[in-house]
Design a protein around this ligand. Structure first.
Ligand code: ADP
Ligand code: MG
Length: 415
């Protein structure tokens, strides 16, 4: 029995953006700033883009579906449309059941109302009678652990409390379709486990669950179907394991489709050129997924056209976050590593232990120089990598990847 069907769903956003800074040189920036002083207004460009495009699928009763995809793939947009928080630009949604959803903090609850009032409000929205809600009330409060704050407006709640209550409401009000975005990640680990168990129960009761997470372990245990989104399109829809593999297959990729050796957007003498990039796990296999806290070899292939072996070559790569900020810089001469290039071609590997990057997508420029005097090759937008969380702290916490990209373990004491 179908519970939910979407057909050719599309969502267009209008965005005004400044020219893309990441790819600009300092000189471009200066020129641009000068220009903008001259004609400030015209600098803001208004563009349309499709956050979702041509998305179709049918979900049957009792299916537990994991929606996976990189940041910006359109997952939250899809869940918002299914929850009727936002309208699709195109296509249609058919629902054969009541939907309860836990989306980003700020949706679903009325900030001025108390916890108690919000529970009733949400129940009413789901079409439940007052007595039905009253029957569920204690269970919700107990699950959310918010007894003491029941009569406090939810705008005074900490984000953890807010999410606990929001989840408890969504999961206990017996929706036929439960939709949960990755907001759960803000709760503490114990509570996350409790939520996952609850979602499993909801699934076992034959209700339908749609769930977004970056944690593939969670997706694997909780879901029996996976839909992979990429740039607003469904690129895989089927069993969970192959879905995870489809998502993970391109854990790192060339930013351009053109092989590194053929790229023209490079500078340097060209006597040596970067020809390939791979990430390997400690067993020397090409890594399928990158996880915070694990050890990897970053491998750079090169072609040497100088006709002789070169020593004291400086190999360097940086890691840029999605804002274009350089957050890590690795360079052979920082560690006095004397890299010798063979006279024709070869590889340079850089071991990165305990990968300190949080969940997210990063861009990697690659740079080769001969001693300090000659830039051999530099590709600014060479590759991008995706880091998928992982258990850096050994506690299941992934940090706050939206706020902070570098992870380090610290020891806390109170004195
Ligand atoms: N209200 C909005 N206005 C303009 N662009 C938006 C808005 N909401 C989301 N987007 C953009 O739509 C794309 C998809 O976003 P989202 O659905 O949040 O992706 P995901 O949840 O997969 O990370 C992103 O590029 C995002 O920046
Ligand atoms: Mg999202």
């Amino acid at each position: 029995m179908p519970m939910l069907r979407v057909e050719n769903l599309g969502k267009r956003y209008q965005v005004s953006r400044l020219p893309h800074r990441n790819t600009m040189t300092l000189r471009d920036t200066i020129v641009d700033t000068a220009k903008s002083i001259i004609k400030r207004k015209s600098k803001m460009r208004s563009e349309e883009f499709w956050a979702l495009n041509g998305v179709s699928f049918t979900i049957r009763q009792g299916e537990r579906v994991g929606i996976i995809g990189r940041n910006g793939a359109g997952k939250s947009t899809l869940l918002k449309i299914l929850s009727r928080i936002t309208e699709p630009t195109r296509g249609r949604v058919e629902l054969w059941g009541r939907v309860a959803s836990l989306l980003e903090v700020g949706t679903g609850f009325h900030p001025e109302l108390t916890g108690r009032e919000n529970i009733y409000l949400n129940g009413a929205i789901l079409g439940m009678s007052r007595s039905e809600i009253a029957r569920k009330f204690d269970e919700i409060v107990e699950f959310a652990e918010v007894e003491r704050f029941l009569d406090t407006p939810v705008k005074r709640y900490s984000s953890g409390m807010y999410v606990r209550l929001a989840f408890a409401v969504a999961a206990h009000l017996e929706p036929e379709i439960l939709i949960v975005d990755e907001v759960l990640a803000v709760g503490d680990v114990q509570f996350q486990k409790k939520c996952l168990n609850k979602m499993e129960d909801v699934g076992k009761e034959g209700r339908t669950v749609l769930f977004v997470s970056h944690n593939m372990e969670t997706i694997r245990t909780l879901c029996d179907r996976g839909i992979v989104l990429e740039s607003g399109c469904v690129v895989f829809d089927g069993e969970v394991q192959p879905a995870i593999e489809a998502y993970s297959a391109n854990s790192y990729q060339l930013i351009s489709q053109i092989p590194l050796i053929e790229r023209r957007d490079r500078t340097g003498s060209g006597r040596v050129k970067v020809s390939s990039f791979r990430v390997l796990d400690t067993a020397g296999r090409e890594a399928e997924t990158l996880k915070s806290g694990l050890d990897y070899d970053f491998e750079f292939g090169y072609v040497n056209d100088s006709g002789k072996s070169l020593d004291n070559v400086i190999v360097s790569f940086a890691v840029l976050d999605d804002q274009g900020q350089t957050i890590l810089l690795l360079r052979t001469n920082f560690t006095d590593s004397n890299v010798v290039l063979s006279s024709d071609s070869g590889f340079v590997r850089c071991r990165l232990n305990n990968l300190p990057l949080a969940n997210g997508t990063y861009r990697i420029p690659i740079y080769f120089a001969y001693r300090e005097s000659e830039v051999l090759d530099y590709i600014q937008d060479a590759v991008s990598i995706v880091v998928e969380g992982g258990d850096f702290f050994g506690t299941g916490q992934i940090g706050l990847p939206k706020k902070c990209k570098i992870l380090t373990k610290a020891e806390w004491r109170s004195l």
